[in-house]
Design a protein around this ligand. Structure first.
Ligand SMILES: Nc1ncnc2[nH]cnc12
Ligand SMILES: [Zn+2]
Length: 351
């Protein structure tokens, strides 16, 4: 199907409902960041864990972040209630059900094993629990799911290497590795050897870079770690040569608008630099990052972004949705099927 570039048949009023109804892929979601306060309290009760918050409301009230680190402190405390395989299964299943309601048809979920193994939880418990929910989501929701193991960059490379070795018995259950946690002061090159080892294993490679950290971190994620996607990457605009390279090499950027506002990367959505990223020809995708903490799931990110930035067009919406499939780590045939579905939704113009 050949689609008109401007979609003149799609009115502004239709665009938001079209965004909600369109098939989409989510490529940047930390599964521990999908833990809602209600589930945190339920798991704490089940596992006899006392939280430093009196109730759900008190916990939610703590979600006032000033930067990435202030969020991570609360996020790691929330993840401490996860003990059994059933807990990891319950967390992931809740996200999959919620994502399916946003018409997510494919997701690549990050998980942070070191957050759990450091508390004495076995690697197998984490991966088997997530895998069980993923298989159920594929069977019952028709959702395509892949797992990506992330290394915590505030820890040492030796810890990351040991983590990768501990995960290799489950190699068939995850498709790639990523790099997350506190960005400033922990440049990608700190993890050169562990990414090389992951590459030897045929794993896909991604890394958070240019969220709070400088453009130099994006360069080194590309050149030293040899990643295929950049998570966030919004600070690339400070370096025109870097922007030119990202555009030339069609490197996907997994941008997370509500996260960027909650973590004070931008003052509000109306000031987000996403229009500039698109204008530079970058392969931008929209994602939720940590939806339970940042006030919205994937459709909330799309809708609030388009409400706040009236210059974004139906063509921009189509481009970013298409990028989500093309930037994913699935077979070309699967990508083509989803793009065809997307095309028919946009050709019709009404959900
Ligand atoms: N936005 C983010 N940046 C870095 N590490 C994270 N871990 C969970 N969310 C993150
Ligand atoms: Zn992230």
């Amino acid at each position: 199907m050949t689609l008109p570039i401007d979609f003149p048949h799609i009115t502004r009023a239709h665009l938001l409902s079209l965004l909600r109804a369109a098939p989409k892929a989510e490529l940047h979601i930390h599964i521990e960041g999908s833990l809602e306060p209600e589930l945190i309290f339920e798991l704490a009760r089940r596992n006899g864990i006392v939280l430093p918050y009196a109730n759900v409301e008190a916990l939610r009230a703590a979600y006032a972040f000033t930067d990435l680190q202030s969020f991570l402190d609360v996020y790691y405390a929330g993840a401490s209630v996860l003990i059994t395989e059933a807990d990891f299964d319950a967390m992931a299943w809740a996200y999959f059900e919620r994502a399916a309601r946003d018409n997510v048809v494919h997701c690549e979920i990050f998980f942070d094993p070191q957050t759990h193994t450091a508390r004495g939880i076995d690697m197998g418990v984490v991966i088997r629990g997530l895998d069980r929910a993923a298989k159920r989501a594929e069977a019952e929701l028709g959702l395509s799911v892949r797992l990506i193991l992330c290394f915590l960059r505030h820890l040492s490379e030796d810890d990351a290497l040991a983590t990768l070795e501990a995960a290799l018995p489950y190699r068939d259950k995850f498709i790639g590795v990523g790099l997350d946690s506190s960005e400033r002061g922990h440049p990608p090159e700190k993890f050169e050897r562990v990414f090389a080892r992951a590459r030897e294993q045929g794993l896909h490679l991604v890394a958070h870079a240019g969220e709070e950290g400088p453009p130099a971190y994006i360069w080194s994620a590309l050149d030293t770690l040899r990643v295929e996607r950049i998570d966030h990457g919004v600070r690339c605009v400070e370096d025109p040569e870097l922007v030119a390279r990202l555009a030339r090499e069609r490197v996907p950027l997994t941008v997370c608008p509500l996260s960027n506002v909650k973590l004070c990367v931008f003052d509000d959505l109306g000031k987000h630099n996403l229009p500039a990223l698109l204008a530079a020809g970058l392969r931008v995708t929209i994602n939720s990052d940590d939806p339970a903490y940042f006030g919205g799931y994937l459709n909330d990110n799309f809708v609030q972004l388009f409400e706040s930035l009236p210059q974004l067009t139906a063509h921009d919406a189509y481009t970013m949705l298409r990028n989500s499939f093309e930037g994913s780590f699935v077979d070309d045939e699967d990508k083509a099927l989803w793009v065809e579905e997307l095309d028919s939704v946009f050709a019709a113009g009404e959900p």
